[in-house]
Design a protein around this ligand. Structure first.
Ligand SMILES: [Zn+2]
Length: 205
């Protein structure tokens, strides 16, 4: 089904919702809302039409002479901003993803740094729970780059908590996923956390 067909099928659904709420879908402010909502919803979920392989299949192999790589040399990218949609309430949740991986010194395979944010986007733009999104990002990096290890930390604020009865305005949810050496070598995670702390300290200074 193409985008225009989807929009046409979605529009009457929100119209019904508005009527059930006691609204008049034909009043000036709401007349085009069903269409805007339909297009917005398709944007929030466009990750269904994308796969992490589309972004991670182009990899680089570091030259052995230029990069004498050790087995704890990490590549880290922090604060990849994302907005996703909670599948329990169809409400947004947004925050940051921090990623580190350790390339395998045997294969020396890495990816472009911007590709990591593409992978975050692929999974964020679906109906999600934060825990699963965190695991999916880690698995995609693990399976495509085959690094020695990868760690993914996601920090997010959920609007279903902010806006519904519970009113938890300040709560942040933190989830982690680890693969490979990050499961067995706690010192690596300590190093990663120290880097994140350094970054947040310098942001406050
Ligand atoms: Zn929710």
């Amino acid at each position: 089904m193409d985008t225009e067909e989807r929009v046409e099928q979605l529009k009457p659904l929100l119209r019904s919702v508005l009527e059930i709420l006691g609204e008049d879908p034909e009043r000036e402010g709401l007349r085009r809302t069903s269409e805007r909502w339909a297009r917005a919803l398709l944007t929030y979920t466009r990750g269904y039409a994308d796969e992490p392989e589309n972004h991670l299949k182009v990899v680089f192999q570091l030259d052995e002479d230029d990069y004498p790589m050790g087995s704890d040399d990490m590549i880290m990218v922090d604060k990849i901003a994302f907005t996703s949609t909670c599948e329990h309430h169809i409400a947004p949740f947004r925050g940051n993803v921090h990623i580190a991986y350790i390339p395998d010194p045997a294969s020396r395979v890495i990816t472009g740094l911007s590709k990591l944010s593409r992978v975050v986007d692929v999974f964020a733009r679906r109906l999600q729970v934060q825990e699963r999104m965190t695991q999916q990002i880690a698995r995609a990096i693990d399976e495509n780059l085959k690094p020695l290890g990868v760690i993914v930390v996601v920090q997010a604020a959920h609007f279903c908590m902010i806006q519904r009865g519970v009113e938890q305005r300040e709560s942040m949810t933190l989830t982690t996923a680890r693969r490979g050496v990050f499961l067995t070598n706690a010192a690596l995670e300590t190093k990663f956390q120290a880097y994140l702390k350094l970054r947040s300290d310098s942001a406050q200074a």
